[in-house]
Ligand binder design. Structure first.
Ligand SMILES: Cc1cc2nc3c(=O)[nH]c(=O)nc-3n(C[C@H](O)[C@H](O)[C@H](O)COP(=O)(O)OP(=O)(O)OC[C@H]3O[C@@H](n4cnc5c(N)ncnc54)[C@H](O)[C@@H]3O)c2cc1C
Ligand SMILES: NC(=O)C1=CN([C@@H]2O[C@H](COP(=O)(O)OP(=O)(O)OC[C@H]3O[C@@H](n4cnc5c(N)ncnc54)[C@H](OP(=O)(O)O)[C@@H]3O)[C@@H](O)[C@H]2O)C=CC1
Ligand SMILES: CC(C)=CCC[C@@H](C)[C@H]1CC[C@@]2(C)C3=C(CC[C@]12C)[C@@]1(C)CC[C@H](O)C(C)(C)[C@@H]1CC3
Length: 521
């Protein structure tokens, strides 16, 4: 990436500043009357459609047809001399990232986007088999009423299985179960030759296991995922959530380290929010059947009239050092969906107002894809200049210096802190010192007013720091590091070997060409 180019960014004219300001402040005039009802309608129709499909059990047969179609597409591409690169057909505006992919423009688009159904639930083997387009919202709505859940269920409703496997996923169950890739048992994939394969970590599986380890984080540059078999665990109706205030950064880091004990009996979820340089809150959750006494509170935080979750947490710690609440499980999982973490405060500034919540809250949140598709270019420029979206995955022992660096460079709060257990495994995320250990995702989302902030230069400072502590940067975010540095952060050994031996080099773009800032608009 040519950083020099960004150093010369022309500052906006006064007129541009005024237009940007108006667009930013008054975006709600379009979002509230148009996007909210449209999102609600879309979600309702899609939910009814899913229930019908499940009722008639047509998904497994349709799956075979849809996979055959993908194989035919690939056969035709092979017969035509493998002239173009292959990508997934899912359009850019639907994906959970700020950018639109430019690499899809002249590529052959393979129809994995038609695969969005749940195929099988097997409670004896404790697995669920799903197509890659199935979303987290769909899975939680299906599994929880049946008494099961995914050990790691990332919170935004529209995240897909395909994206979480070929990209990555973490969530508050990750301190015990690892990342999303670590709860997967098997992948059904189609290679560029059109061959259908099932791969898993099991040495007795029909095919070799190395492909299984090469797929996570590969961004769809080795093969097309057509189904995934994922572990499930039994769940209970509520999460007993303990909110613990921390008053210094050091206290946060010490307590989070102690609390992220993956062998603890009574903790199933760990997450923290840092509200400023000093004040933070650690939330420890435990599956529960509900309150034991009448004094204990049930708080259905997912209801339309409830306060946005992160504001509720801040209010609680301003009042008390420690509190406990019982939260319905599905409300807990999607606790950050209604406010899109803290992004909705910029889009609908009065969205958390009590009158708005009671009157219109049931239409919220707007669908991220619809917001993305309708973001005007003027606003994109403003976001480019001052909006930060980064998730840095670093060893938990480095948390204090990392938060200090984020404070010096971007100063965005709340910061999302989510510990996760990183297993030593082959693949792109292979640990350099061969020892599994506790990592933490430090997520910064929002507009910064920090003096000296520059999207490229500041991100480079953060990236260099993350590499220096053997960390990883989430690839949905803007990545400015050069290819060589990418190879330092991620272990490409298995990835390159698989791409060479599986005939991927002429078929798919290189992973770096999919994630680097130049190839995303
Ligand atoms: C799972 C896997 C399978 C591979 N299979 C082959 C192969 O069949 N032929 C080939 O030429 N190269 C294969 N490679 C690539 C090659 O082993 C690596 O690119 C290179 O040797 C990495 O060396 P290392 O010392 O860094 O890895 P190591 O630290 O030696 O290995 C990393 C991890 O991969 C496992 N592993 C390494 N090699 C294999 C293997 N052959 N089969 C199963 N597990 C293995 C190890 O047990 C360890 O868990 C495989 C790599 C992996 C990770
Ligand atoms: N809590 C969390 O962990 C969160 C994670 N995220 C990030 O968001 C992303 C997921 O968003 P989502 O919109 O679901 O996914 P995307 O459509 O953005 O897909 C992400 C990558 O996976 C590839 N991919 C998707 N499906 C398949 C498939 N069936 N076969 C092969 N490759 C595939 C895509 O390839 P192609 O480029 O060809 O389309 C793309 O490179 C992840 O990268 C994740 O890290 C975001 C928010 C929260
Ligand atoms: C690992 C974790 C928890 C990651 C959370 C990432 C979210 C906060 C990101 C993913 C998609 C994301 C980049 C997005 C946006 C905000 C931050 C999001 C939701 C928004 C809604 C900001 C406003 C923009 O105009 C636009 C609509 C384009 C984007 C869309 C994607």
């Amino acid at each position: 990436m040519d950083i020099e180019k960004y150093e010369e960014d022309v500052p906006p004219t006064r007129w541009e500043n005024i237009v940007e300001f108006i667009m930013f402040r008054f975006r709600w005039l379009f979002v509230v009357p148009f996007l909210l009802p449209l999102s609600f309608l879309f979600n309702t129709v899609f939910d009814i459609r899913n229930r019908l499909i499940h009722l008639v059990n047509s998904a497994p047969n349709a799956h075979v047809r849809k996979v055959n179609y993908i194989q035919e597409q690939l056969k035709e591409w092979n017969e035509n001399g493998r002239k173009t690169k292959l990508v997934n057909a899912r359009p850019g505006w639907l994906t959970m990232s700020f950018r639109f992919p430019l690499y899809k423009e002249n590529a052959t688009k393979i129809a994995t986007d038609k695969l969005f159904d749940i195929l099988e639930l097997d409670v004896e083997r404790m697995i669920i088999k799903v197509e890659p387009g199935v979303t987290m919202g769909q899975i939680s709505r299906y599994l929880i009423p049946r008494g099961y859940t995914l050990p790691v269920l990332p919170e935004l409703d529209d995240l897909t299985i395909g994206g979480l496997i070929n990209g990555c996923g973490v969530e508050s169950g990750s301190f015990r179960h690892g990342m999303f890739q670590h709860i997967c048992e098997q992948f059904e994939v189609v290679m560029s030759s059109g061959e259908l394969r099932t791969v898993g970590p099991d040495p007795e599986a029909k095919e070799g296991n190395s492909l299984f380890y090469a797929i996570p984080w590969s961004q769809g540059t080795i093969c097309f995922l057509t189904a995934a078999t994922i572990k499930i665990i039994p769940c209970k109706k509520y999460v007993k959530l303990t909110y613990k205030k921390t008053s210094t950064l050091n206290e946060m880091c010490q307590s989070l380290t102690t609390d992220s004990d993956r062998f603890a009996d009574n903790v199933d979820f760990v997450e923290a929010l840092q509200f400023d340089k000093n004040k933070g809150c650690i939330m420890l959750g435990e599956f529960s059947d509900g309150p034991d006494t009448d004094d204990e509170v049930i708080n259905p935080i997912g209801r339309w009239y409830k306060k946005w979750f992160y504001t509720h947490v801040e209010d609680l710690i301003n009042k008390r050092q420690q509190s406990v609440e019982y939260i319905p499980l599905r409300d807990y999982y999607h606790r950050h969906s209604r406010s899109i973490f803290w992004e909705l405060r910029d889009i609908v500034p009065f969205g958390n107002n009590i009158i708005f919540r009671y009157l219109m809250g049931w239409l919220c949140p707007p669908k991220i894809a619809f917001l993305k598709a309708t973001t005007p270019n003027v606003l994109r420029k403003l976001y480019d200049r001052s909006h930060v979206l980064q998730d840095m995955l670093i060893p938990l022992e480095n948390l204090e210096e990392c938060v200090t660096l984020f404070d010096e460079e971007v100063e965005i709060y709340p910061l999302w802190l989510c510990p996760f257990y990183l297993k030593y495994q082959p693949g792109l995320m292979r640990l350099k010192n061969a020892t599994s250990k506790m990592y933490v995702d430090v997520g910064a989302y929002g507009v910064t007013t920090k003096k000296g902030y520059h999207h490229a230069r500041t991100t480079r400072v953060l990236e260099k720091y993350v590499i220096s502590v053997n960390g990883f940067q989430m690839t949905y975010a803007d990545i400015y590091m050069p290819k060589a540095e990418y190879a330092e952060m991620f272990d490409r050994t298995l990835y390159d070997w698989k791409r060479t031996t599986e005939g991927c080099l002429d078929a798919f773009p290189d992973i770096y060409d999919k994630i680097c800032r130049n190839n995303r608009r």
